[in-house]
Each structure stands twice: as C-alpha cells, then as structure tokens.
Design a protein around this ligand. Structure first.
Ligand code: ADP
Length: 503
C-alpha cells in the first residue's frame, strides 16, 4: 500500500467510522458545516498504515473571520443569555454524548493519530468527557465577592463580578486531539465564553465529530466553532485576530512564542500556554522498584513519547542505576508497536514523517557524540512512522539530547549520588512542566517537591491528571494553568464595582 490508498481498504473499520469518513469534511461555523472560503483542502492520514483518511478544509483568514464573528454573535446573544444551569445542561449532555460515542471516537482518534484505539478509549476520551462534566458543574458556581475598602474613609459598597473574557480561540496539538479540545473549550464555556477551536492539521477528525455532538447537545449556534487548517495559517490568523479576546494553546514553545508576539502586536489578548517539557523522573535507591521501573518505562514510551510531560530524563541513584535501567530497557524491548486498530498494540507510530526525521536525527547526533544506545535507536519496520522504544545513556547532562524536548519514545538515563546534586540536575533545563520523584523517605519526597521547578510534581507516581488538579508549566513550559478552578479563572475578567453609599 502506498500513502494514497484510501481508508476504504481498511476492512476492520467500524461502520459508523466509515460513514463519518465518507461525509465531506467542512468547517463548523455558526452552527452550520460550511465549505472553506478558498476551496483548498489537505488530507489527513493514519501515520501507522499511511493511508489517507479524509480531505479537510484548509482554513484561511476569511474562514477565521467568519468563525470569530459567529462566536461573537453567540457571546453577545444566545449563549450569554442562557441561565448558567442551562449552559451546564448543554455541557453535561456533551459529556454524555462522548461516552455514548466512545467506540467510534476512539477508533477515529486512533486512526488519525496512529495510537491504539483501545488506549484512547480507556484513558483520554473518558477524561475528555469528565472535563466537560467537571466544568459543567462549575458553570452554576461562578461568583464574585463583596469587600471592604481598606483606606477610604467614606462608605462604599464594593464588590467584584466574574465576567467571561469573551471569544476564546483554542489552538491544539495532535497528541491528544479530542482531550485537548475539551481542555480548551470546557472551562471557557463554564464561565460563559464562546470558542473557536483550531485542531492540528495532522488530526482534525475528532474535533469535527465533536462539532456534530455539539449540535446534538443543543448548544446555541456559534457557541463552539471549528476551523481546520493546514500549517500555521488558521492558527496565526486566530492569534492575531482583534476579535479574539483570549487564546488558549498547547503546543511547542516555539509556536507559543509566535502566539505571544501576535497577541502583543494585536489586542493584547489573554493567553494560556501549555508548552514543551523535559520532565525529570528521579528514582532514589529506597524506592518501591516494583512500581517505579514499569512507571518509568510507561512515562516515556506511552503515546510513543509524544507527551509534553513525558518523563524523558531518568535520574537513578547510583546504587540502583543498573537494576532500574536494565528493567526499563527490558520493558522497552518487549513493547508491542502496532497500528490503531490492532488490539494488541501498546504504542503506535510517531505522528508524521517530520516527527520521525526529527527524532531520528536527534538520536543519531547523540550517538555521534558517543552516547550509548541500550535499546531501540532507530525506525521500526518499513511502513508507518514507527520508532523503537529507546534508552540512551552516557550523555553529557548539559547536552542537547539531555536538555531539549525530543517528543518521541527516547529516554536519557543518568545516575546521581545525592539529593542536592540531582535537584540541581533536574532544574538544569529551561522547561518546568512536571517532575516525578520516587522515594520511601517522606521528608526527602517533600523537600524534592518543594525544590524542583515544575508545575506538577508526582511522588511515587507519574502522570496524575484530574479535572480538579491544576496543570501547567514553570519557566518556558508555559503560562497559566489548566484544570481546577485555576483553569477556569483564566477565562474570567474580574470587574471591581465601588458604589459610594455615604459617610
Ligand atoms: P508541532 O510543531 O508539533 O506541530 P505546534 O506547536 O507548531 O506543534 O502546533 C500546535 C498547534 O499550533 C497546531 O494546531 C498548529 O497548527 C498551530 N500553529 C502552528 N503555528 C502557529 C502560529 N504561528 N500561530 C498559531 N498557531 C499555530
């Protein structure tokens, strides 16, 4: 099969997935599915089988203008006019619909990203539904406060109002497409904002299916809009748009910088940015190795390492180093790589040829610098962008491979002698998204948690995600937090009202 074989060849595909793929793919603007202004399309493919799944609209400035206008109309109209309980009901219904369509969504997500559909079904898609539920719950609990002025001798009735920031653009990456859509839209909707969602060009399909569910859930037209696009065109148009009040973005630090520049050059729109990472996973010799070793492997190989918070730097106390690294290598060697609809597959391919080339060149360059490859270290198979789970050792801790994000199943294993030294190493990066610490010594665990510069610290665990648990980065890993009330606050403008009442 070549890249241009279409999905019809795939006999194991569900009927409802095939039916969805058979429909023409359009933008979702103002409650309608519409063709793009340019008439141009691009194709999205399964990176495992390298088969084309759909032709998708290549959104441009006109499409973005139309979507922003539709979102503005809903913001100044029907969505804002609805009582919070009715807005919450739409969000709950959308969560229910994700559950009702879980199998179809999982298969669609699997095909578009290459990841095992059964993994998407078990993990990220229920989480997406729960994020809509969680923030649906918050929709009826948005509050201001009354307060006393501290200096003014006259009497004032002073209070704050929590008002929605306005039209929000959600610009999302390709690693967890539907979940990322939920992370961006749900807190915005909860406080009364409306949204334009721009999925990544590699993975537009579940956002378009979500748009159909949005109609079914009864959201007023224009509350949620979806514009698909190729390259940076649609995303850049949103970031620079004077009608967009806030951008919430997950993606590379480099693109994050462009969005900051675009926001600065336009209307100083508010930003939440969840960017890259190079997260340390630190194992002390006293750790529970039965749990620590498989978790360390899952932390880097899960989703083929295409996770912003992947545990990509493994630090092991010297006396336990061989045992831990051998254990992780063993797991890596035995990991089952496969395509999305293969039930035995544990991890899928990398997202694209670009991604495969990037990972390959970083590992090859490290090898050239004398780094040892303990397992993997190259492409797997001839079709699909598969890269073997890889463990590297012997690198300079300040080298590129040890400090830059790889976004592939590539682990840098390093040893350390004491707490102080490993803390300095862990913090020796421009990123600060997450850190995982393994020790049975509670005092040390909390000293490390306080010392590590990262937005999320997981002790004797990894990747603890919950709609109520704030997540976001220190340093160049981002601005702001997602999830929890903090995630919602990022969509609120606080208005302070002071009324003179005499005295
Ligand atoms: P990657 O390089 O891994 O594709 P990006 O950070 O570039 O990651 O992409 C994340 C999202 O940002 C995608 O939806 C992409 O289309 C979008 N994007 C890319 N360039 C820009 C830009 N200049 N402004 C706004 N969004 C962009």
């Amino acid at each position: 099969m070549t890249k241009h074989v279409l999905y019809h060849e795939l006999s194991t595909m569900r009927g409802d997935v095939r039916a969805f793929l058979d429909q023409p793919k359009k933008h979702f603007i103002g409650g309608d599915f519409v063709d793009g202004a340019s008439g141009e399309t691009f194709w999205t493919e399964d990176p495992g089988l390298e088969i084309v799944l759909a032709d998708v609209q290549s959104g441009n400035q006109s499409d973005v203008d139309a979507a922003v206008e539709a979102a503005r109309r809903a913001f100044e109209g029907e969505w804002t006019a609805m009582v919070p309980a009715a807005r919450a009901a739409c969000m709950f219904k959308l969560a229910d619909l994700i559950y009702e369509n879980l199998d179809q969504l999982a298969e669609l997500e699997g095909l578009d990203t290459g990841k095992p559909a059964h993994v998407a079904k078990a993990l990220e898609l229920p989480f997406a539904a729960e994020v809509f539920r969680y923030y649906g719950g918050w929709a009826t609990k948005v509050r201001g406060s009354t307060l006393d002025l501290s200096l003014n001798p006259e009497k004032f009735h002073a209070y704050t109002r929590s008002e929605p920031v306005g039209v929000v653009a959600g610009i999302i990456p390709w690693n967890f497409p539907l979940a990322q859509a939920a992370f961006k839209i749900a807190p915005a909707l909860a406080v009364g904002c409306t949204a334009v969602l721009k999925p990544a060009e590699q993975t537009p399909l579940t956002a378009l299916r979500l748009a159909e569910l949005v109609v079914e859930a009864g959201f007023p037209a224009g509350t949620i809009n979806v514009v698909t696009g190729y390259g940076h065109t649609a995303g850049a148009a949103l970031a620079a748009h004077p009608g967009v009040d806030k951008v919430t973005f997950t993606g590379s630090t480099e693109t994050g910088r462009r969005i900051i520049a675009a926001a600065g050059a336009s209307n100083l729109k508010r930003l939440t940015l969840e960017l890259g990472g190079k997260s340390p996973l630190i194992i002390f010799a006293d750790a529970d190795m039965e749990r620590a070793i498989p978790t360390a492997a899952a932390a880097i190989f899960g989703n083929a390492g295409q996770v912003c918070n992947a545990g990509s730097r493994l630090y092991v106390e010297a006396s336990a180093y061989d045992r831990v690294v051998e254990g992780v290598v063993e797991i890596g060697r035995n990991m089952q790589l496969g395509c999305a609809l293969d039930g035995s597959s544990e991890i899928g391919p990398l997202m694209s040829k670009t991604q495969l080339d990037r990972v390959t060149s970083m590992v090859d360059a490290a090898r050239g610098e004398g780094v040892s490859v303990l397992c993997g270290g190259g492409r797997e198979g001839e079709k699909g962008h598969f890269y073997a789970p890889t463990v590297l050792t012997g690198m300079d801790t300040a080298s590129k491979i040890a400090t830059e994000e790889i976004f592939g199943p590539v682990l840098c294993a390093m040893s350390f002698d004491d707490e102080e030294a490993v803390l300095a190493e862990a913090n020796r990066t421009n990123y600060g998204l997450a850190a995982s610490i393994w020790t049975e010594n509670a005092g040390r665990a909390h000293r490390m948690a306080a010392g590590v510069k990262a937005g999320a610290v997981w002790i004797n665990s990894f990747g603890v995600f919950d709609p109520n648990l704030p997540f976001g980065g220190f340093k160049e890993s981002g601005w702001g937090r997602e999830f929890g009330p903090e995630g919602m606050a990022a969509f609120i403008e606080t208005k302070a009202v002071s009324m003179h009442i005499g005295g």
